[in-house]
Design a binder for this molecule. Sequence first.
Ligand code: PEP
Ligand code: MG
Length: 893
Amino acid sequence: EPHVAKFVYDFTEGNKDLKDLLGGKGANLAEMTNLGLPVPPGFTITTEACKVYLDSGEEPPALRDEVSAHLDALEQRMGKKLGQADDPLLVSVRSGAKFSMPGMMDTVLNIGLSDKSVKGLAKQAGDERFAWDSYRRLIQMFGKTVLGVDGELFEDALEKAKETKGVQVDTELDAADLKKLVTAFKKTVRTEAGRDFPQDPREQMDLAIKAVFESWNGDRAKLYRRQERIPGDLGTAVNVCSMVFGNLGPDSGTGVAFTRDPASGHQGVYGDYLQNAQGEDVVAGIRNTVPLAELENIDKASYDQLMQIMETLENHYKDLCDIEFTIERGKLWMLQTRVGKRTAGAAFRIATQLVDQGLIDETEALQRVNGAQLAQLMFPRFDEDARAEQVGRGIAASPGAAVGKAVFDSYTAVKWSRSGEKVILVRRETNPDDLDGMIAAEGILTSRGGKTSHAAVVARGMGKTCVCGAEELEVDTKRRRMIVPGGHVVEEGDVISIDGSSGKVYLGEVPVVPSPVVEYFEGRMHPGADDADELVEAVHRMMAFADRKRRLRVRANADNAEDALRARRFGAQGIGLCRTEHMFLGDRRELVERLILADTEAEREESLKQLLPLQKQDFVELFEAMDGLPVTVRLLDPPLHEFLPDITELSVRVALAESRQEPHENELRLLQAVHRLHEQNPMLGLRGVRLGLVIPGLFTMQVRAIAEAAAERRTAKGDPRAEIMIPLVGTVQELEIVRDEADQVIAEVEAATGTRLKLAIGTMIELPRAALTAGQIAEAAEFFSFGTNDLTQTVWGFSRDDVEASFFTAYLEKGIFGVSPFETIDKDGVGSLVKSAATAGRATRPDLKLGVCGEHGGDPESVHFFHEVGLDYVSCSPFRIPVARLEAGRAAT
Ligand code: PEP
Ligand code: MG
C-alpha cells in the first residue's frame, strides 16, 4: 500500500515535539490537551499541506477529505454543526509556524456565522448584542485577510458608528448599531472584493485556510523572516479551533500571562486581563487592560485555576511560558502557550533560577541562552526612553552607543580628545592613517564601506562603536561637515550620537547607560559582592558552566599589551593573531617607507636596524602581558601601498612643484617608486609571505625581534610562548624558504643568548590553494590558523572591502544568503575547505595545532561549526571572547 500523507492532526494526536509539522501553536495546543488542561477542541493542518499548496498553487487532493473527517469528529464532539442555523459551532482559523512570527500572518475568528446563524447564536447565548458583534468581527477579519479589502475601511466605519452614537468605546454600541454595521461591512465587501461575503460556513473555512497558507508569503512575513533568519521554506500550519467567547458579558474576558517576569525572570503574577473582550482586543490595546492580579477579585475560581495551570506548565516545560486564555461565563479556557520570549538579561537569570529550582541541569541551562544575548548585555546602550532625532542609518558594524562631537579627521580627533572632549570620528571611509583618531574617538561613523571595511574591522577589534556605510550622509571632510537628509548641516563640533547595534545616527546627545556585565568581565564588579546584581551573578555562573563544558580554547586577536591584558581578563587563553602591521604605523611609518623605497642594501639595512629594537620592545610587552600563554605573532601582511603616500595626492604635489619650478627631486623619486609598486588589485598582490620573499631582511628582522624578546623575557624569569605565523601562503615552497631563514635567525639568537626558545612556526590557511594542498603545507607547519576573512574573499571572489556596501543588500533581499559570509562562515563552501584542510593537515602531522583567527572566530554560529570540525581554538577580538567561550560551551553540550 502506498504511503498516505497525513495532513490533519486532532489536538489529541499531536505533542510539543512536532513543531516542524504542527507549528509552535499547534504542537503546544496538543501538548496542553494531553496534559488534561482545558483547551477548546480542534485540529491542526500541517506545514506539509501548506508547502504543497505554496509549491503547486493547489491544496493537496487528500486535504479536503481529511479536513471533512476531522470537522465531522469535532462537530460530533461539540454536539453541533459548523454554522448550524439554530446553534452554530464556530471556529477560529489561526496560523502557526514552527517559529513564532507574532502578528505576521493571518487569523480569522468566528468562522461559521452567517445571516442565519447569527440569530441562532443570539438565541443560544441569550445575547443579541454579542452575536452581532461577533458577526461584524468575522466580516471585518475575513474581508481584510481573506478577501484583501483595505482594513481601514472597516475601522473607519466602526469609528463613524461610534461618533454617530456619541460613544467612546465599541462596547457601548448596541445590537441595533452592530446590525447596521454588519450591513455596511457586507456592502464594503461587495464593492471592494467584487463578491458577497460567503454565507456557506464550509466555504468560509476553506477560504480562510487558504488565506492562512498564503499569508506565509505575505510581505510582512517575509521581511520578518529575513530579519530573524527564519528559513523561507518552512510553511505555516493552520489551527482550526472551536470558538470560546470572552465577549459574553462581565463574567467573560480574555488575557495574557507569563509564568514569570519576561524582563527580570522573577516569579510572580505577570499579565493583563480584559473583561468582556475577544482575543485580539488585548494585543490591539483597544481598551485598557487590568493587571492579571486583579482577576482574583473579578473571578477567584478562574484565577486560582489559572495559577495552578501556570505552575503545571512551568514544571512541564521547565521554562518561562507565555499564555493566552479566555474566560467564557466563568469557565477558563487555554488558547495558547509557548516557551516565552524574554530579554537577554532575563534569559541568563531564568536559566540559573531553573538550575537552582532543580528543574534543569547546567547543560540544559546553556541551551537557554546564547552568544547574541550575551553580546547584547555587554554594550552600553542608549536609554530607550530618551527622545532623539534620527538623521540616518548605516550598517551596524560594531555595537555600542557613542556620543560625542563630530570631527572629520584623525588629527582633530586626537587633539580634541586630549583636551578632554568626547568625539565621534566621521569619515567617508577610514584607512590605517586614521588609527590614532579611531583610538581617540568614542565611536566611528563612515558613509562608505561594509561590515569588513577597515573602519568596521578595526572598531570591532577595539570594541569601539562603529556605524559604517551610512550612505545618506554626505560627508565633506574638506569643509569639515556633513549634510544629513533634509539638508541639515552637522558642523565640526556639533554633538551626534551613533548606535552601533542598530546602525542609527542621531543629532544631539542621547543618554547612555553602561553595561554591568562588562564591568564584571573587567574585574570592576564582583559576583557575590554587594554591588553585584542578579544579572552579573547569573552571567558569572553561566560562564562557569560553559568553561567546564567546552573543548575549544578561546584566544584573542590582539596586538598590544593593553588589548592583551583585557583579553586575559575576559578569559582569553592566549593570542591567536597579533597583526604586526599595526606596529608599523604612526611614527614608524617613515621608517617603513624608507625600507620599501631603499635603493641600496645599506639603506635597507639601516631602516631594518632602526625598526628592530622597536619591534622587539612591542613583543617584550606583549609576551609579558600574556606570560605563560601562547602568542601567535603574524609576520607583516598588508599591501605595500598602505605604507606609501597616496598616488593622486603625490602626483598633484609633483605637478604643482613642477609648474612653479620648485625643487622636487625627492617627491619625484617617491612618485616613481609609488608608481612602480602600484597595483590594480592590491588584495591579490604583493602582501603576506610574498612581501617577505621580495624585501630581503624584513621577515628575518621580525623573527629576530620575536626571538630576542622571548629570550629577554626568559632572562627576566618570564614564560614567553611565542609562535611565528606566516601569512598568505599558497604553496609549501613559500613556507619552506621563510622557515629556513627563520630557523637560522632563531638558532643565532639562541646561541647568542644561551637560551633554548622553542618557537613554533606555522602558517595561515587563507587561500584556496593552501587549503587544497594542506597535506603538503603541514610538512613545513607546526600549526595552521585559518584566515577565514581572506579565505571567504578568495573562495567567493568577493572583495571584502567592497561587497557589503555594494551588492550584498540585494543578495540578502533575494535570499541568496541570509547573512553575509564574512560574518557567519559559509559552511558548504568555505567551511568545507576548512574541514578538508584540517583533515589533510592532521593526516600529515597528527599533532598539528588548528585554530581560526578570521572574524568568524567570534561569531556564534561559526564557533559551533569550528567545534564540529575539530579545531583546537578560535581567536577573536577581546570583546567577543566571552561570547566565544559561551558558544564553545554550548557547542559541546
Ligand atoms: C584573515 O584573513 O582571516 C585574517 C585573519 O587575516 P587579515 O584579516 O588580517 O587579513
Ligand atoms: Mg588575511
